[in-house]
Design a protein around this ligand. Structure first.
Ligand SMILES: [Zn+2]
Length: 252
């Protein structure tokens, strides 16, 4: 979790983010769906689909906490460098799930709501219902939500799903290139080797997609903002590329 504003680094302008994303999708003919909007209707919730006819599906999501900005930029970086290869999975990108927060560099939405909680509450709040709509009719093999942590110095994962291999491969990849949080306790949860294997229920999106059967496996990656913005953004985008290139193994 991230509570503070990012450190004063030279950070990119969030307004140009959406311009770049749209331009890239238009140039490459990527399927960009903007039909679902935020609860107040003011912003589209971008959903990009790559390789629409592939059998297995990844979903990479980010920006549900608006000030955790490396996730959205890592997804854009990933997309910039992406060249489809035979065997690549279908890839759903949900790069900015809290556009209000992203544009104003705030964790919460414009109504000061933490969007990444209470997904099991009924009735579902409009702002969360709109996010839930993005998953209608989807059968995702692996869902990954990108977050940032301003306390821990290393990467770690919250894991939802029985397929331990995929979580371990991601952590091993990160460990070989950066630092992983190896504490036996991460906040209120027990952890081992950088993975919270049995997270407490918190009503988060990553928990909801798993428990509602939208995703067979699901994870939340916490990215340490102790690392400089450019560094962690580049590393996470490379990790996404790694996941795509190894999908036959990771989704086996
Ligand atoms: Zn977060």
């Amino acid at each position: 979790m991230r509570h503070s504003a990012p450190k004063k680094e030279l950070l990119p302008n969030p307004v140009i983010y959406f311009q770049r994303l749209e331009k890239l999708c238009a140039e490459r003919g990527y399927l960009l769906d903007k039909s679902v909007r935020t609860g107040d209707g003011l912003h589209p919730l971008y959903k990009i689909i790559l390789n629409p006819s592939s059998r297995r599906t990844y979903c990479f999501a980010a920006g549900i906490h608006g000030n955790e900005i490396s996730g959205p930029w890592a997804i854009l970086n990933f997309l910039l460098g992406y060249k489809a290869r035979p065997g690549d999975p279908r890839i759903i990108l949900l790069p900015v799930l809290n556009p209000h927060g992203f544009l104003s560099n705030k964790r919460l939405n414009q109504n000061r709501i933490n969007l990444n909680r209470r997904f099991f509450r009924r009735p579902l709040l409009a702002a969360r219902r709109q996010i839930a709509k993005l998953f209608r009719g989807e059968a995702i093999d692996f869902f990954l939500s990108l977050h940032e942590d301003d306390e821990k110095k290393g990467y770690y994962l919250y894991r939802y799903g029985a397929h331990e291999h995929i979580f371990q491969q991601i952590i091993d990849w990160l460990k070989a290139r950066s630092s992983v949080c190896l504490s036996a306790r991460i906040y209120a949860d027990r952890a081992a080797g950088g993975i919270v294997h049995h997270p407490r229920s918190d009503g988060s999106l990553e928990e909801w997609v798993y428990r509602r059967g939208k995703a067979a496996q699901s994870a939340c990656l916490e990215v340490p903002d102790a690392q400089l913005f450019n560094h962690r953004t580049r590393l996470v985008s490379k990790m996404l590329s790694f996941m795509v290139s190894q999908s036959a193994d990771l989704l086996r």
